[in-house]
Design a protein around this ligand. Structure first.
Ligand SMILES: [Zn+2]
Length: 187
């Protein structure tokens, strides 16, 4: 099994504020099923999970239900947020984002990661090559990290093995701007 996750991220300016309404919506289109365990906001996958997310290859590792109690390595879903300020979610697979000015990798990003994970999104990063200062919100994390105020984490996914289908992205955005997605994995 894997500790990898697929993370769906709401746009900064359109986060779901009404949790009950969001849960009803996600259950209504079949992404989430019943709640799981003691932690609020954790759910089993819903009846349409495999129609909303496509798995590349034969996915022999996919496990949709826990094999025993306190088993965390199966595919389940956690709602994370809303956070007052955008924060970074990253993991061992996260690569240095590129400087928007010169294209060089901002290799010192990990020195700022702890502050960004706490929501200090206005802390800029300065490129060591060209000196350009960049907001972490505007960096391209290449689907290996994300900066947001609301996330839906899907556990038990190998990186880039699972692809959210257009129907899922449509259900999430409704009439608003697009959601995005990325993958996290620790080795
Ligand atoms: Zn630069």
């Amino acid at each position: 099994m894997t500790n990898g996750k697929l993370v769906l991220q709401a746009p900064h300016d359109r986060i779901p504020v009404n949790q009950q309404a969001l849960v009803a919506h996600l259950a209504g289109f079949g992404l989430i099923g019943s709640s799981y365990g003691e932690t609020p906001g954790v759910y089993l996958v819903g009846p349409k999970f495999l129609q909303l997310i496509t798995f590349l290859g034969c996915s022999p590792h996919l496990q949709l239900e826990p094999r025993h109690e306190s088993n965390e390595e199966f595919s389940h879903i956690r709602l994370l947020g809303p956070f007052e300020k955008p924060r970074l979610l990253c993991a061992g697979n996260t690569r240095p984002p590129r400087c928007p000015g010169c294209g060089k990798g901002l290799t010192q990003w990990r020195e700022l990661a702890a502050a960004w994970m706490e929501g200090m999104y206005d802390l800029e990063i300065t490129c060591r090559e060209c000196g350009q200062r960049s907001s972490p919100l505007l960096l391209n994390w290449r689907r290996k990290a994300g900066f947001g105020r609301y996330f839906i984490e899907i556990f038990g996914i190998f990186p880039e093995e699972a692809l959210p289908l257009p129907e899922l992205m449509e259900c999430l955005r409704r009439d608003g701007p697009e959601w995005s997605y990325f993958y996290l994995n620790d080795w």
